[in-house]
Design a protein around this ligand. Structure first.
Ligand code: G6P
Length: 607
């Protein structure tokens, strides 16, 4: 989704801004733009450049035009209001003011009418342009940029992170945060701002995160932050531990493949210190003894992790568990039982709906909240009482892979913590510990299926639809498999609990519909075999990922791909891998943009 980078320095910042945008490319975008000012001149001419498409096009144009300046702002746009086009790309300019913005201004239509009535002319269809005109109206009336932004934010409804410059005062940038993250980077005699610290890692490792409602004025020498009540506040700068080279694809053709192959290590990292010599160490989870029920909230792939965890939490810990998509939870009036633990799951920790749902639950009186998250310092982590970091490392591919499997590993740890009150707690926890201990090795072994799956993928490339079936804790894995396939190969895919086949999807079965089944050798496998027969009897084309000992063999219209035997408990994690690899290879054959699929964003910071 949209990305922001800004800089104030003595040196030329154009390369810093463009490199920052490149490092945010993975988030998904359709156009890019930059505006720079030369602080040596007051006023400084505002040089703006925008391009539809990739950052490389912007970078080529910037080099051709010799764009340079010590103060600048830059943006990658993911269209919300107005089509992807150069005119709608940021920065938006009004007089001396240039603005980049993430998020959505919900009252933009009313503001647009107000400004048009005063003679302001709009050049774009975006909601962002109202911000540029509103600030320009204030500065034209004599307000300095900081005061102008403070006044304007009171008029804005919705979620935003924004950065503004004024060519009359080119030595400073002013930023405001409300709902969309912004981080300030500290250099020596230079300062930066970005929507994600990854963008700034080549220039600094010291970061301060702005809080909700903060406005900050940034010059080369100073950073002054004001809170929602306009009071000066200190947002402490800390050294970041995020890896510098997270953006490197290494020997892999795509980030997605690299991240699939990183899963044995990522899971080892998730378990480090939490599983020691075959014993669980759950201290970090704190006291869960008063938890009577669990409410999980998440979006996308993270939601599928939550649905899987419900099976574990209820069957292993004996604790009631409800799972809901954040965008639904936040807009209904859920009845939350006393002593409920609210668990949010998010790779980024910045997903707008998940954050809003957390705040909504807090407002309703939830007092115990846990974030299962991959990004330390993210908004979700900072706003939750407890955190279980997944430690997957930076995930660049838009389609989530290692973040998902590490979330599942973390959720098994949580299940073990919740099992504490059971009479047989020690036995349940040991069972979880034993299964987790085998996981990195098993994942490594399962990656050995890659070649077989690459071949299988050829059969999917021409298809327009696919059905994924699973039962029990494999149903959410089927959901995740279908999501992966549609996200990156653009093949329409749906998942069904296999028991639901007769209630509709059987009508879809014909030779053109591939049906993918996840079939570990568990206590539901006999039921699943009946479902497989129902499909075969109707001429469906089956691809079954089956446990080696499940006794399902290839036959007419049925390809069986063996998956290493594993403990039932961790089978959802193991069976995720072949489905990730299948969608990856189908996408490669189809020639889609695997890491940045069309219309999608890595971090969805608007609702
Ligand atoms: C987007 C991403 C998905 C991700 C979802 C939730 O849709 O493309 O991969 O699962 O957001 O993101 P989160 O960061 O909250 O896990």
């Amino acid at each position: 989704m949209c990305g922001i980078v800004g800089a104030v320095a003595q040196r030329d910042v154009i390369e810093i801004l463009l490199e920052g945008l490149r490092r945010l490319e993975y988030r998904g975008y359709d156009s890019a733009g930059v505006a720079v000012l030369d602080a040596a001149h007051q006023p400084a001419p505002l040089q703006r450049l925008r391009r539809l498409g990739k950052v490389q096009a912007l970078s080529d144009a910037a080099a051709e035009q010799g764009l340079a300046g010590g103060t600048g702002i830059a943006h990658t746009r993911w269209a919300t209001h107005g089509e992807p086009s150069e005119a709608n790309a940021h920065p938006h300019v009004s007089g001396d003011i240039a603005v980049v913005h993430n998020g959505i201004i919900e009252n933009h239509e009313g503001l647009r009418r107000e400004l048009q009535a005063e003679g302001f002319v709009f050049q774009s269809q975006t909601d962002t342009e109202v911000i540029a005109h509103l600030i320009a109206r204030e500065t034209a009336a004599g307000q300095p940029l900081l005061a102008a932004v403070k006044a304007v934010r009171k008029r804005l409804e919705g979620a935003y992170g924004m950065v503004a410059v004024n060519s009359q005062t080119p030595d400073r940038i002013v930023v405001a945060r409300s709902g969309s993250p912004l981080v300030i980077g500290y250099g020596i005699g230079e300062h930066f701002v970005a929507s994600d610290q990854l963008a700034l890692l080549p220039v600094t490792r010291r970061f301060a995160f702005l809080e909700e409602g903060d406005v900050a004025e940034i010059t080369r020498q100073s950073v002054e932050v004001f809170d929602l009540n306009d009071q000066p506040v200190v947002r402490e700068a800390r050294e970041s531990s995020v890896e510098h080279d997270a953006g490197d694809k290494g020997e892999y053709r795509h980030y997605m493949l690299k991240e699939i192959y990183e899963q044995p290590q990522a899971i080892t990292n998730t378990l480090e210190g939490r599983l020691l010599n075959g014993q669980l160490n759950l201290e970090a989870l704190g006291d869960l003894s008063d938890v009577d029920s669990v409410q999980i909230i998440a979006c996308g792939t993270s939601y599928h992790a939550g649905v899987t965890a419900r099976y574990w939490i209820e069957s292993l810990a004996g604790v009631a568990c409800n799972v809901e998509i954040a965008s639904e939870f936040r807009y209904r009036q859920p009845v939350i039982r006393p002593n409920t633990l609210l668990v949010t799951i998010s790779q980024s920790g910045e997903t707008a709906d998940t954050l809003a749902a957390l705040r909504q639950a807090r407002a309703q009186g939830i007092t115990k909240t846990l974030a299962i998250c991959n990004v330390p310092g993210s908004s979700l982590v900072r706003e939750s009482d407890m955190t279980l970091l997944t430690r997957a490392g930076a995930e660049i591919g838009v389609a989530s892979t290692k973040a998902f499997t590490t979330q599942l590993a973390a959720l098994l740890l949580l299940t073990a913590g919740l099992a504490e009150r059971r009479a047989d707690a020690a036995a349940v926890q040991q069972k979880i510990a034993n299964a987790l201990a085998t996981l990195p090795g098993l994942i490594q072994q399962t990656l050995g299926m890659n070649e077989a799956i690459e071949k299988l993928a050829e059969r999917f490339a021409e298809k327009h639809n696919a059905l994924f079936l699973g039962r029990g804790d494999q149903y959410p894995i089927a959901m995740e498999g279908a999501l992966k396939l549609k996200e990156i190969s653009y093949i329409h895919a749906e998942a069904y609990a296999a028991g639901e086949l007769k209630h509709g999807p059987l009508a879809l079965i014909d030779a053109e519909m591939p049906i993918v089944v996840v079939a570990p050798h568990n206590d539901l496998v006999e039921k699943l075999k009946s479902n497989i027969e129902e499909v075969r009897a109707r001429g469906g084309e089956l691809y079954v990922f089956a446990g080696e000992s499940a006794e399902i063999s290839s036959a007419d219209n049925m390809v069986v791909v063996p998956v290493p035997n594993c403990d039932d408990l961790i089978a959802p994690i193991v069976y995720t891998l072949p489905l990730q690899l299948l969608s990856y290879h189908v996408a490669v054959i189809k020639g889609t943009d695997v890491d940045q699929p069309r219309n999608l964003a890595k971090s969805v910071t608007v609702e």
